[in-house]
Design a protein around this ligand. Sequence first.
Ligand code: IMP
Length: 178
Amino acid sequence: MPKIIEIGRVLIPQEALQNRIAELGAALSADYAERDLAIVAILNGSFIFAADLLRAITLPATIDFMAISSYANHPKSGVVRITKDLSDSLMHRHVLLVEDIIDTGLTANYLLRVLRERQPASLTVCALLDKAARRLIDLPITYRGFEIPDVFVVGYGMDYQQLYRNLPHIAVLHSRET
Ligand code: IMP
């Protein structure tokens, strides 16, 4: 049965995103003032958020990228395939894992395990969106942009079948069968 995909209401407008990211940048700049901050952004979903967040941070900070894709036969395990690994070592650095959205928490939990093995001095999570109601695993999210309800969202880097990443705001996506 064919599906109809529709972009629904704007959940978070562009201005609210930018205001909240400025606040997160100010908090990170204060908290990491004496530390060597290494941002690790998870591709593809976090690339726009990470770029804006980095520009809102007033300290010297590095950014590196890890790209992941989920295994089609284990979609609920949180175990992901690293399709592009980091370029630099994280050893003894203060690492901030930057994610677009934390849903069940399984992916971030797996990534934290992978990053911990690289022996950073500290490891902290920053997520733009938190679907807290769907969490399956307890996860410390130290820096959070917005808590959102259990809806599928697109825009500002987040996709549905690789589309809609270019929306400047975050919108709800509806899909229904015809
Ligand atoms: P989790 O392992 O269930 O926490 O899923 C995290 C990943 O699922 C995110 O990094 C996104 O790539 C994807 N995801 C979860 N919810 C949404 C959504 O509403 N829109 C787009 N991607 C989503």
